[in-house]
Design a protein. Structure first.
Length: 105
């Protein structure tokens, strides 16, 4: 399943309890609501293990971080996990500065 906007492409692959979310583009105040909706739907569909592939993410602001933290909290409360692969660039800087990098490893 793919969902896109002008600035963010979201590809979701759900297999049993594993959901892979690939992000490409910019995760910001304009695109975060779309990702939040997709992550909430994945949780509602029973995803307990979520892997976010952020290798193609060019930008991430605090609204994007909020969506990722909320999705991780839902996953952990359901007995699962949320990890982020391909952390680099802007996302790596934001996660490092906020002290959240290890939270998503």
């Amino acid at each position: 399943m793919a969902d896109g906007s002008e600035h963010l492409q979201i590809d979701i692959d759900e297999k049993e309890d594993l959901t892979r979310v690939r992000l490409e583009g910019e995760l910001d105040v304009h695109t975060a609501p779309s990702l939040a909706e997709k992550m909430e739907q994945a949780s509602a569909n029973g995803a307990t293990t979520i892997v976010v592939d952020a290798a193609a993410l060019r930008f991430c602001d605090s609204s994007g971080i909020q969506v990722l933290v909320a999705a991780r909290e839902r996953a952990v409360e359901a007995g699962g996990s949320l990890t982020i692969e391909g952390v680099q660039g802007a996302l790596e800087r934001v996660l490092t500065v906020t002290g959240l990098l290890d939270l998503f490893s």
